[in-house]
Design a protein around this ligand. Structure first.
Ligand code: 5GP
Length: 139
């Protein structure tokens, strides 16, 4: 499938849709997931048109993963999380719903306190507070 720049993450990159941003550099952007599975659920996307892992240039993937690592550390620290789960879905059959490559960063605690994927929109003030908390832990 050809990349379709009407997807919501492309809109966020263009500034056409809002996002609670956590971090950005020349290569990638991190922001809060609007329908989080757990508090602190953060997304990292490359600032390049790639639908999934299989069609991103390796150099861009590398730069994006550096941002995943950086932001993951900040999320872990901000939520005092003993575990962090990184998820990345490729293709509708795998559950991908937004067709711009992205990595999910999710704090995990013991037990199964984990909501279903992309179901309920979170309160904006709560997301704004979480994004600030994570930003405060970035170098
Ligand atoms: P996927 O299913 O493609 O792996 O993940 C897409 C993610 O994007 C889901 O976790 C969903 O909650 C999130 N999402 C969908 N629409 C928006 C949006 O408009 N803004 C933000 N920040 N996240 C979104």
């Amino acid at each position: 499938m050809a990349y379709n720049d009407a997807n919501v993450f492309a809109q966020i990159l263009r500034g056409d849709a809002p996002a609670f941003k956590v971090y950005e550099n020349d290569f990638a952007l991190a922001f809060m997931d609007i329908m989080p599975q757990v508090d602190g659920h953060t997304l990292v996307i490359p600032k390049y048109t790639a639908e999934n892992l299989h069609d991103v240039a390796p150099e861009i993937l590398g730069e994006t993963m550096k941002v995943v690592q950086l932001v993951s550390g900040a999320v872990k620290s901000a939520f005092d999380a003993p575990g962090i789960m990184i998820a990345q879905l490729n293709g509708a059959a795998a559950g991908q719903t937004v067709f711009h490559l992205h990595f999910h960063i999710m704090p995990r605690f013991d037990g199964l306190d984990f909501k279903l994927h992309a179901r309920e929109v979170e309160d904006g003030e709560k997301l704004a507070g979480f994004s600030e908390r994570i930003r405060a832990k970035l170098p």
